[in-house]
Design a binder for this molecule. Structure first.
Ligand SMILES: O=C1CCCN[C@@H]1CCCn1cnc2cc(F)c(F)cc2c1=O
Ligand SMILES: [Mg+2]
Length: 489
């Protein structure tokens, strides 16, 4: 069948589920909430990994690998946080036919795995900063409705864990990493995000503060956390005894950060750009950026067909030399229309068509996947024009998504306007008292028969003016700052 049967506008969740399977990104798996990442999806994760990995290495972060398993005692070092998460911890209780005398947890995150060893390795200020990252999987036995990439019981991520001799360096790294997350979203995935701080209620309980990049899915009207960068203060170094001797030989607890980005980022990109014909991939994230398709017709002679195929090979070489990721589709037993549909479904950004009349005119036809716009390019210009077109597409896809994102933000100061904005499936920028009980109250009061309550997505770093005497939209108390609110994943 051509294209998808469900429509993004009419039935978003059906459209998304059909899309990720028919574009060969995902296969559903025997264990509920787990998915197979097929090569087309994994290649996108590798694009994100190679960008982020290169940047953190340039900052002096080193990759390492820590064990998957955590003993109960060690997991409970972080008791007061973990108990909130306890229902989602997966345990190994048996091997073979023998029950284990002590169950072993599968890592849901690695603080408790790593930090006892940080304590061993860090003795002197000369051992700092210690900056480690690992690219791994984690398991969280979520009970909320699973969604490919967005919410699964096992997912891939990177988790960075760093320790510094002073808070200033740690605070700076939090923001450096958050900027890298923004770049992953905006420069590679062409997805706009808002940088901000999480509220007391929404932050990681173990952190001193949590910063975040927040994305948004207009079709569902729900915000979604894109990635997170926490400053942990000395909370964990006191819990795990991570102390160092400073220059004056005083014993000081280290200042720590932790930060994470997951395969959810791919889901946000897919939801943002794809359409009813299938995936639409920003060139920077696309496993293949152009597909070269010969289009001989029934009257084309054998020697013209071989001319066409040789020319395709030439363009493949030229474009690869220009750093473009190329795929060719030489299956002459399939019609051009069938092949166009096949590659449109997979979201390849550009298609190059080469037929008999193109041989005569020494030209090719290049078609954009995002807009469908066609243009004729002469043979000598292909190697220069294609990279240009890809850059143009990348910029336009981000610009379009950003315009849509901004149009989904309503700035309000009253409760009624707040509720109207939520009913419009928008995010809401509103002045508030910045108190946990106000957030609890808003969550309860904004529940409707067919929609969950709203929470704060973040307190944007970029704050609008807050005139003296401005009141909290929900409590009437003096407003402290503007928060971005929304329903969320
Ligand atoms: O968010 C990050 C970035 C990467 C490193 N970790 C931090 C904090 C993770 C917060 N968190 C998040 N989820 C959890 C789920 C659990 F089952 C559990 F036992 C613990 C946690 C948990 O601590
Ligand atoms: Mg969670």
């Amino acid at each position: 069948k051509l294209g998808l049967s469900a429509s993004k506008q009419e039935n978003f969740s059906e459209w998304y589920s059909e899309l990720v399977v028919s574009s060969e990104l995902i296969s559903y798996y025997d264990v509920s909430g787990c998915y197979i990442l097929r090569p087309w999806a994994y290649a996108m994760w590798e694009v994100v990994q190679s960008f982020f990995d290169g940047k953190i290495k340039a900052m002096g972060v080193q990759n390492a690998y820590f064990p998957l398993f955590i003993t109960e005692d060690v997991l409970n070092t972080e008791k007061d946080h973990v108990e909130g998460f306890a229902p989602e911890v997966a345990w190994v209780t048996r091997c073979g036919n023998a029950e284990m005398d002590k169950p072993i947890a599968i890592r849901p995150t690695s603080e408790t795995v790593m930090y006892p060893y940080f304590a061993q390795w860090i003795r002197s200020h000369r051992d700092l900063p210690l900056r480690l990252n690992q690219w791994t999987n984690v398991v969280r036995w979520e009970f909320k409705y699973p969604t490919p990439f967005i919410r699964s019981r096992e997912f891939l991520w990177q988790e960075g864990h760093t320790a510094f001799a002073n808070q200033e360096e740690a605070n700076q790294e939090v923001l450096d990493i958050l900027e890298l997350y923004r770049r992953v979203y905006e420069e590679i995935l062409a997805v706009p995000v808002t940088k901000g701080r999480k509220s007391k209620k929404e932050q990681f309980a173990g952190a001193a503060y949590t910063t975040t990049v927040e994305a948004f899915i207009p079709e569902t009207g729900k915000g979604i956390q894109g990635a997170t960068s926490h400053h942990l203060g000395q909370n964990f170094s006191k819990m795990f005894g991570i102390e160092f001797e400073d220059e004056e030989r005083n014993k000081v607890h280290a200042w720590q950060n932790s930060w994470g980005l997951t395969t959810r980022s791919l889901g946000v990109m897919i939801m943002t750009h794809s359409d009813n014909k299938g995936l639409v991939l920003p060139p920077k994230a696309a496993p293949k950026q152009i597909v070269l398709i010969p289009i001989p017709n029934s009257k084309t002679s054998d020697e013209v067909i071989s001319e066409i195929c040789n020319k395709i090979d030439t363009f493949k070489r030229q474009l690869e030399d220009a750093g473009v990721r190329v795929v060719t589709d030489m299956r002459l037993n399939y019609t051009p229309g069938w092949k166009y549909n096949h590659w449109e479904l997979r979201g390849v950004p550009l298609r190059l068509e080469l037929g008999p009349k193109d041989i005569e005119n020494k030209g090719v036809v290049v078609v954009r996947r995002d807009t469908g716009v066609k243009e004729t390019v002469s043979w000598d210009d292909v190697a220069a024009r294609v990279p240009q077109l890809l850059d143009q597409m990348q910029a336009e896809m981000l610009a379009n998504a950003t315009a849509k994102y901004q149009a989904c933000i309503e700035k309000v100061t009253t409760w009624d306007a707040f509720m109207t904005a939520l009913d419009n499936k928008h995010m809401v920028l509103a002045p508030w008292a910045d108190e946990e009980e106000v957030e609890e109250d808003v969550k309860k009061r904004s529940v409707t028969p067919d929609a969950m309550g709203a929470k704060t997505l973040c307190i944007p770093f970029n704050q609008p003016e807050l005139p003296e005497g401005t009141l909290c939209f929900a409590s009437g108390k003096p407003a402290k700052n503007w928060a971005l609110w929304g329903r969320s994943y």
